[in-house]
Ligand binder design. Structure first.
Ligand code: BGC
Length: 525
């Protein structure tokens, strides 16, 4: 071969490879480098296998074991101890994520109460946690728990999984929040009465929780540095706010402490906004280059009656309060202290602004808003609607019948909702990750189609210009569904409580194919 023919052949080869590569790219529904993962939280998945895996220092342990709440049916009474035992099974589970699902990412959570089983209040810090203060915090931490978390996270990275770590997924240490004491303090108060003063261990109702969360975030960033690729500060603050403080079983839902107080809801929202900013800064102080984001639940709010202008307005109010209010705080610094949807003087706080490098969107279903014609409470003028989210199913056993097609949990299925909320999140100008999406489906006869159609909608959102970088299915393995206990099966794997043996569901294979190719099947299971 002469030099010239050699070069021609080389150029020809390169061209052919380029054509083939772009043909392969054209066949893809998702960009190269897209993150494919599953999501889970510590409290929901760690316990099981051994009594030692149960964390009795968590507010949610207290909440779900309270005899009064069990007797009243507020919580299921299921034992946290019967969980999937991630603390025993993490190696196998990470293998399942990497190989069984062909994933390149995972979203995990750590439990504040395991890292700091005892109060950190006596370590004084300013806005920035110094090295000296970190060393003092180190004396209060459970080193074995921290080492184990680090091993798990490094184990994930070793398997080629990009790690997103959630610092707060609903749970607080019992020294920060005693939900039973908080409930007792609210007994006999009306929904618009002022928040009772002097509650000890008041959780998100106390400004001191912001400072304690800053310490936890700074410490986690120090100790887990390098083992985390991106951080999520808070999971679904609006679920904590709406189900924890405007808790109407069957309508809004139940999360600890499950009280009904509009002023408390606003106070919790503000404290969570401050906590997000504090954690964002604390993590960036230790690692300026890492990414720190917020995870927001976003229902696709629709008018109960599309022909009713009042319902159309109600849906927009629901969207504003329940989907946008925290993003407005974390991105724009806008805390709407009188919840009227108007940006009044003093409501934009520069210290809260620009505290999210990305937005995590948790989306499962659409929801409907029916206008009431007037606010439920003068404290939250935008709350002038009846929400309908969860129909009869595991999530709302006495709920109304499903108006369309629903999951076992009682959530309507409509993939168009994902496209719409992702576009809405992207309009805040930050990269978006779908940090949760999935389905309660023990029989596994709806999950493959659910994922395929929702992912098709996601691909549509990307084609329309949304900067979406990853998708995390909820969840890798069935787990403890908060107040609903073990009734729900969100896992791509089930498990046997006695042996912790995992069973791969058929849909896991379908997800693996998508994760490995970045392409969706035209139709089929
Ligand atoms: C939460 C998860 C929960 C899932 C299914 C999300 O609200 O972040 O903890 O298990 O939805 O209900």
């Amino acid at each position: 071969m002469t030099g010239r023919t050699g070069i021609a052949a080389l150029v020809g080869g390169v061209l052919a490879a380029l054509v083939m590569a772009s043909a392969a790219d054209a066949a893809r529904d998702f960009p190269r480098g897209f993150l494919w993962g599953t999501a889970s939280s510590g409290f929901q998945s760690e316990a099981g296998g051994s009594p030692a895996n149960v964390d009795r220092r968590s507010d949610w342990y207290r909440f779900t074991t309270d005899p009064g709440l069990i007797a009243d049916g507020v919580v299921s009474g299921d034992r946290v101890a019967d969980g999937p035992g991630f603390l025993n099974e993490w190696r196998g589970d990470l293998d399942r994520a990497a190989h069984g699902l062909g994933n390149n990412a995972i979203r995990l959570g750590i439990e504040w109460s395991r890292v700091f089983p005892r109060s950190t209040a006596r370590v004084d810090t300013g806005r920035h946690v110094s090295r000296r203060e970190l060393k003092r915090l180190d004396r209060l931490a459970d080193h074995a728990a921290v080492r184990r978390y680090r091993r798990i996270l490094e184990g994930a990275q070793r398997r080629g999984l990009d790690v997103m770590l959630t610092l707060n997924h609903f749970t607080l240490p019992i020294w920060v929040h005693d939900p039973i004491a908080v409930r007792a303090a609210f007994a006999g108060t009306g929904p618009d009465d002022p928040v009772p003063s002097g509650i000890r261990r008041a959780g998100w109702l106390s400004r001191s929780t912001v400072g304690e969360f800053r310490k936890f975030a700074a410490y986690a960033a120090w100790k887990l540095h390098g083992a985390v690729d991106r951080w999520a500060t808070l999971n679904e603050p609006l679920i904590t706010v709406s189900q924890g403080f405007v808790s109407i079983p069957g309508v809004t839902g139940v999360k600890a402490p499950a009280v009904l107080s509009y002023p408390a809801a606003l106070r919790a929202l503000e404290n969570m906004g401050l906590a997000n900013a504090a954690a964002y800064d604390a993590i960036h102080d230790r690692d300026p280059r890492t990414k720190v984001g917020i995870v927001q639940n976003m229902l696709d709010w629709r008018p109960a009656n599309p022909d009713s202008p009042a319902d159309v307005e109600a849906a927009s109010h629901a969207d504003s309060v329940l989907s946008r209010s925290f993003l407005a705080i974390a991105v724009d610094g806008f805390y709407d202290s009188d919840a009227d949807g108007v940006e009044d003087p003093g409501e934009v706080r520069p210290r809260l602004a620009d505290k999210a490098d990305f937005i995590g969107v948790n989306h499962y279903s659409p929801a409907r808003a029916q206008s009431l014609g007037a606010p439920v409470s003068p404290t939250i003028p935008l709350f002038d609607f009846i929400p309908a989210v969860t129909y009869a199913g595991h999530g709302n056993p006495g709920g109304p019948p499903c108006p369309t097609t629903c999951t076992d949990f009682g959530w309507e299925i409509d993939p168009a909702g994902l496209r719409s909320v992702v576009a809405e999140a992207a309009s805040f100008g930050k990269p978006v990750y779908v940090t949760e999406n999935g389905i309660d489906d023990a029989e596994d006869d709806q999950r493959s189609a659910y994922m395929r159609t929702y992912l098709r909608a996601l691909s549509g959102a990307i084609d329309a210009g949304a900067d979406v970088r990853g998708y995390y299915a909820w969840s890798l393995v069935d787990n403890f569904e908060w107040a609903e206990g073990y009734s729900a099966s969100f896992g791509l794997y089930g498990y046997e409580p006695d042996t912790l043996d995992r069973q791969r569901r058929g849909s896991a294979r379908a997800y693996r194919r998508v994760a490995r190719t970045g392409s969706l099947p035209a139709a089929g299971p």
